[in-house]
Design a binder for this molecule. Structure first.
Ligand SMILES: C[S@@+](CC[C@H](N)C(=O)[O-])C[C@H]1O[C@@H](n2cnc3c(N)ncnc32)[C@H](O)[C@@H]1O
Length: 206
C-alpha cells in the first residue's frame, strides 16, 4: 500500500479528501454528476441488488440513496468496513479479487474508484470475480488521456495525490476487459478532458 493509500484506514481523513476534491471546481462537480449517473444505470439495467466491491466508507449507499432491495459491500480496510457497518450490517472485510459471495448473488457489482488501486497482477481476477458474483459490473474510475504530455502530467498528479497502481487509457481499459473475458454494454467518459470514466460490462461468455 502506498503512503497516499494509508488514508483508506482512516475514514474521517478519506472523507476530508473527498470533500476537498469535490470543491476543487464546478467543472469536477458538473462532470461527476453528468458522467457518473449511477441511478440511471440502476434503472436502465433493472438492478434490484448491488455489491459494492471496495466500498470504503459506504458512501455509494449513503450518498446516492439507491432504491434497491439488497446492498452489500466489501473492503480490505477494517476501519472503513467498521465505519460502513454502522449504516447496515451488510459490509464485510474482503478483496474484490476474492469476493466472498456465491455465483450470481447480485444484479450489479460496483467498482467505484477501486480498479486503479488494485495491484496490476490481480486486477484481471478482480474483474472476473465481479462478473462471477453478479450479472453486470459497473466501473466508475479515472480515465487517462491518449496524448503523451497530458498523460504524463495526469499520471504525476494522480500518483502524488492518490498513489494508485495504474491510471488506464481507454485502450488499456479495453485490454483489461478482453483479458477478463468481459463485454462492454455501456461506456462513457467526461469531455473535453478525459477524466471520469463509467462502463457497464458483463461476462462475454454468458
Ligand atoms: C478511492 S477509495 C473508493 C471508496 C468507494 N468505492 C467510494 O467510491 O467512495 C478506494 C477503496 O478501494 C479499496 N481497495 C483497495 N484495494 C482493494 C481490493 N483489492 N479490493 C477491494 N477494495 C480495495 C480501498 O480500501 C478503498 O476503500
Amino acid at each position: 500500500m502506498s503512503l497516499q493509500e494509508r488514508i483508506f484506514d482512516t475514514p474521517s481523513l478519506y472523507r476530508m479528501k473527498i470533500v476537498l476534491l469535490s470543491r476543487v471546481g464546478k467543472y469536477a462537480k458538473r462532470y461527476f454528476k453528468k458522467t457518473w449517473d449511477v441511478q440511471d444505470i440502476v434503472l436502465r439495467f433493472n438492478v434490484r441488488s448491488i455489491v459494492d466491491l471496495g466500498c470504503g466508507r459506504g458512501d455509494l449507499q449513503t450518498n446516492l440513496g439507491l432504491d434497491v432491495e439488497k446492498f452489500y459491500g466489501i473492503d480490505p480496510s477494517f476501519e472503513m468496513v467498521k465505519h460502513a457497518s454502522n449504516l447496515t450490517k451488510s459490509f464485510v472485510v474482503g478483496r474484490a479479487e476474492n469476493a466472498p459471495f456465491r455465483d450470481n448473488s447480485f444484479d450489479l457489482s460496483v467498482l467505484s474508484s477501486v480498479v486503479h488501486h488494485i495491484p496490476i497482477g490481480k486486477v484481471v481476477y478482480a474483474i472476473e470475480e465481479s462478473l462471477r458474483v453478479s450479472s453486470y459490473t459497473l466501473i466508475l474510475d479515472n480515465i487517462n488521456s491518449n496524448k503523451g504530455f497530458v498523460r504524463l502530467i495526469k499520471n504525476i498528479w494522480w500518483k502524488c495525490l492518490d498513489g494508485g497502481t495504474k491510471y488506464r487509457t481507454l485502450t488499456e481499459w479495453h485490454e483489461l476487459y478482453e483479458q477478463s473475458g468481459a463485454k462492454v454494454l455501456y461506456e462513457n467518459y467526461s469531455k473535453p478532458f478525459r477524466h471520469f470514466y463509467i462502463a457497464v460490462i458483463k461476462n462475454g461468455n454468458r
